[in-house]
Design a protein around this ligand. Structure first.
Ligand code: GRF
Length: 211
């Protein structure tokens, strides 16, 4: 891959995962840089975080639809990301389902992070769902985004135990700590060309020179 590796991050809210990616780029755990941050929410704190680091931060109006960008807004997002020569798109708390234009333009180059052990508890408010179900473990998942919502090939997962006194908030906090660890790891593996997608499975190739 010639030149610097450029990451585009899609956000909607507080942006703690964005921060973990920015920090990992700064200290060399990720050999790339966040080239642009795009939010569908105008006052998302994530945009503030980006600006603090001198990263271009853009509010991209979603249009009138609730769960997705209007198709022409998604086209415009593709143009925006291509214009910044983005190599990898990372959804980090982006609260919209993505569709055709983006999926096609960045096929195999879009990641998402989700706060449960997929395929269990996809969707929203999943920490509460896991507790209410009585699950003893939850966790987080980094996966490639595909047309199947919350169901693309899984890159990394971490298990987090659910304690009897956990609330959705305490469980979310425990899971978030792990999210901040595995998202940068997954991105770095991608940059190193070590993620081999084989059907539903994502295999991790050994580092060059290692068995
Ligand atoms: C995280 O729990 C992430 O897994 C989910 O939304 C939350 C975003 O948090 N998709 P933050 O904005 O990164 O702090």
């Amino acid at each position: 891959m010639g030149g610097e590796f450029r990451i585009g991050v899609l956000v909607s809210g507080r942006g703690s995962n964005l921060q973990s990616i920015i920090d990992a780029c700064a200290d060399g755990r990720v050999a790339g840089r966040v080239a642009v941050v795009v939010s569908d929410v105008e006052d998302a704190y994530a945009l503030e975080r980006a600006r603090k680091h001198g990263i271009e931060a853009i509010y991209h109006a979603p249009g009138r639809l609730k769960t997705r960008l209007e198709p022409e807004r998604e086209e415009a997002l593709v143009a925006l990301l291509k214009g910044r020569r983005v190599d990898l798109v990372c959804m980090a708390g982006f609260m919209r389902i993505i569709h055709e234009p983006l999926l096609t333009a960045f096929e195999g180059r879009i990641m998402n992070i989700h706060p449960s052990l997929l395929p269990a508890f996809s969707g929203l408010d999943v920490q509460r769902a896991a507790i209410d179900y009585g699950a003893k473990f939850s966790g987080c998942t980094v996966h490639f985004a595909t047309a199947d919502f919350d169901a693309g090939p899984i890159i990394r997962q971490v298990v987090v135990p659910i304690e009897d006194d956990d609330t959705p908030e305490t469980l979310a906090a425990s899971i978030l700590q792990q999210e901040h660890r595995i998202y940068p790891e997954a991105i770095q593996l991608f940059i190193e060309g070590r993620l081999k997608v084989d059907g539903r499975r994502v295999l991790t190739l050994a580092k060059q020179g290692e068995p």
